[in-house]
Design a protein around this ligand. Structure first.
Ligand code: AMP
Length: 487
C-alpha cells in the first residue's frame, strides 16, 4: 500500500468531492498528471531528488503528487532556510530540481546553481488543456518517497528517508486513530514542508478521502473566522497556536469535532483554559519526522493533560534505558523507542547516524531511538514525555526535567511562556535557568518563591531571565541552544 494508492482509492470513490482548498480529487489528480509530464520533460526521473522550497500553496501540492507519481524523492525544505541551510540540505540530498516561488527564489540563487521550476509555472501547467497522460512509472512501497530534514535544534539537520509505505502507514494511523472520514474538512495553517502539515494534515486527508483547507501562515483571527465555516470539522495545530486562539477569541467559539495539538508539549493550563473557553478538550499527540506518529490521547477519552496518551494503531512504543531496547519497569523514566510501519528506514547518506538511531531487541525488532525521555503513567494508563535526553539537566547529581519546571512556571500569573535550560556551573555541573516571556511587572524573587512551594529546591531555576520573545523555529518549538549560546 502506498500513499498514492490511498489517494487513488479516495479519487475513485469520490472523484468530484473536494480534496484540497476546494479542488476536487479528480481535478487534483488531472492537475498533478499534467505537472508530472512537464517535470518529466524538465528531466525529473524516478529516484531523483526533487526539493519543494515553496510556501503553502497549490503548486506545492501539485508538485508533491506529481513528483511521487514519477517516483522522484520529495525533499520538502523549510521556507525559512537561507543560503547556509539550503546549501547543506540541497547538496546532502543531491537534489536535481527545486520548486521555488517568487519569495524563495532569491535565497536559492544565493545558495548555488540548482535547477529550478517556479510555483507560478506549476500552477499554470496544472490548468493546461488536453487529456493528462499517466506517468511512465508506478513507485513501489519500498521505494523512497521523501527525505525530510529534521528541524535540527542541535547541529546539522539530517534527512529522514521515508518510503511510500511509510507515508501511507503514517497517514492511515492518524486517520484511524481520529475516526477521520470523507465527511471531514480539516483546516490547518501548518507548514506543508514539515511532517505535521505533510504527513498528518495532507496525507491524512488523502487516507480519509476528506477535504483539507490550508493557509499560507497562521493568523489567529483568520483561523477563528475559517473555523466558524459550517463545513470545517477539525483543526490541527502546535501549542503556540492554541495560546493565540485563546487570547484572540471574542464571542462564541467555533464548534469542531476535533482539535489536535502536537510537535511540542501542550501546557496543562492551555488545555484547561481551552476547555473552559472553547468547550472542547484538545487531543494531544506525539510524533516526529522519523516516524510520523507514535502516541495519541484516546479519541473517545479520557484525554489526560500533560500526556500523549497511548500508541497510535499500528505503532509500538517502549520506554527503555538509553542505548538499550529492554523495557524498563512501568513508571520509570527512560528513552522512548518507536517501532512500526511508519518508522523511516534511516538517514540519507549517513550510515553512522542511522546506526546510532536504532537498537534491536532480542526478537529482532528494530526500534527507533527518539531521544525523548518518557514515562508510562500507570495511574492514568498513558505515556508522558518528560523532555529530550540532551536537554535533561543534571545538577549536583540530581535530574531536572525542564518540562516539569516549565509547566509549573506557565501556571503562574503573568508568565506567557517559558524555557528551562541547563547552564554550566563549576560546582554543580549544571544549574537550571529559566527564560520567560512575561506580562507587566515581573518579580523573579516571587516567582522563585512560588516554585519553591511546589518543587524541590534543586529544580527551582537559579536565574530567571525575562525575554521579549523566546527564539522559536517554524513550528513554534523553542530553540533552547540559542538561549544557552546567547549567555
Ligand atoms: P520533529 O521531528 O521536528 O517533528 O520533532 C519531533 C520532536 O518533537 C519529538 O522527538 C519530541 O521531542 C517533540 N514532540 C512532538 N510532539 C510532542 C508532544 N506532544 N509532547 C512533547 N514533545 C513532543
Amino acid at each position: 500500500m502506498t500513499l498514492l494508492d490511498l489517494f487513488d482509492a479516495a479519487r475513485s470513490e469520490r472523484a468530484d468531492a473536494p480534496a484540497v482548498n476546494g479542488r476536487s480529487y479528480a481535478g487534483l489528480h488531472a492537475a498533478s498528471l499534467r505537472v508530472a509530464r512537464r517535470l518529466h520533460e524538465a528531466g525529473l526521473r524516478a529516484g531523483d531528488r526533487f526539493a519543494l522550497y515553496c510556501e503553502n500553496r497549490l503548486a506545492f501540492v501539485y508538485a508533491y503528487l506529481a513528483g511521487l507519481r514519477l517516483g522522484a524523492v520529495i525533499v520538502p525544505v523549510n521556507v525559512l532556510y537561507r543560503a547556509a541551510e539550503l546549501e547543506h540540505v540541497l547538496s546532502d540530498a543531491a537534489v536535481s530540481l527545486v520548486l521555488t516561488s517568487a519569495g524563495t527564489r532569491p535565497h536559492l540563487a544565493k545558495a548555488g546553481a540548482f535547477g529550478a521550476v517556479d510555483a507560478a509555472a506549476v500552477e499554470a501547467w496544472a490548468m493546461e488543456s488536453g487529456e493528462p497522460e499517466p506517468p511512465p512509472v508506478a513507485p513501489g512501497g519500498d521505494d523512497d518517497a521523501a527525505i525530510i530534514y529534521t528541524s535540527g535544534t542541535t547541529g546539522r539537520s539530517k534527512g529522514a528517508v521515508l518510503t511510500h509505505t511509510n507515508l501511507a502507514a503514517i497517514a492511515s494511523q492518524v486517520a484511524v486513530a481520529w475516526r477521520w472520514t470523507s465527511r471531514d474538512t480539516l483546516y490547518v495553517a501548518l507548514p506543508l514542508f514539515h511532517m505535521h502539515g505533510l504527513g498528518a494534515a495532507l496525507n491524512g486527508t488523502f487516507a480519509a478521502g476528506g477535504h483539507l483547507l490550508f493557509d499560507e501562515r497562521f493568523d489567529a483571527a483568520r483561523t477563528l473566522e475559517t473555523l466558524h465555516r459550517d463545513d470545517v470539522t477539525m483543526f490541527f495545530g502546535v501549542p503556540t497556536m492554541y495560546v493565540r486562539l485563546l487570547e484572540s477569541l471574542e464571542g462564541a467559539p467555533p464548534r469542531l469535532r476535533l482539535w489536535v495539538s502536537g510537535s511540542a508539549a501542550l501546557a496543562s493550563d492551555v488545555f484547561a483554559g481551552f476547555e473552559a473557553r472553547f468547550g472542547a478538550q484538545i487531543l494531544e499527540r506525539y510524533g516526529a519526522t522519523e516516524f510520523g506518529f507514535a502516541c495519541t490521547n484516546r479519541f473517545g477519552g479520557p484525554r489526560v493533560p500533560g500526556s500523549v496518551g497511548i500508541p497510535t494503531p499500528g505503532a509500538r512504543v517502549r520506554v527503555a534505558a538509553p542505548g538499550s531496547a529492554t523495557p524498563l519497569p512501568a513508571g520509570e523514566v527512560g528513552e522512548m523507542l518507536v517501532a512500526g510501519p511508519g518508522v523511516c528506514r534511516g538517514y540519507w547518506g549517513n550510515p553512522q547516524a542511522t546506526a546510532e538511531a536504532f537498537v534491536l531487541d532480542e526478537a529482532g525488532t528494530r526500534w527507533y531511538r527518539s531521544g525523548d525521555l518518557a514515562r508510562y503513567d500507570t495511574a492514568h494508563d498513558v505515556y508522558r514525555i518528560v523532555g529530550r535526553i540532551k536537554e535533561l539537566i543534571i545538577t549536583g547529581g540530581f535530574n531536572v526535567y525542564p518540562l516539569e519546571v516549565e509547566n509549573e512556571l506557565n501556571r503562574l500569573p503573568g508568565i506567557r511562556a517559558s524555557a528551562v535550560v541547563g547552564m554550566p556551573d563549576p560546582a554543580r555541573g549544571e544549574l537550571p535557568w529559566a527564560f520567560v516571556e512575561a506580562d507587566g511587572a515581573f518579580d523573579a524573587g516571587a516567582v522563585r518563591a512560588a516554585l519553591g512551594e511546589r518543587l524541590a529546591s534543586f529544580k527551582v531555576p537559579r536565574e530567571i531571565v525575562v525575554v521579549d520573545e523566546l527564539p522559536r523555529n517554524a513550528l513554534g518549538k523553542v530553540e533552547k541552544h540559542k538561549l544557552r549560546d546567547a549567555r
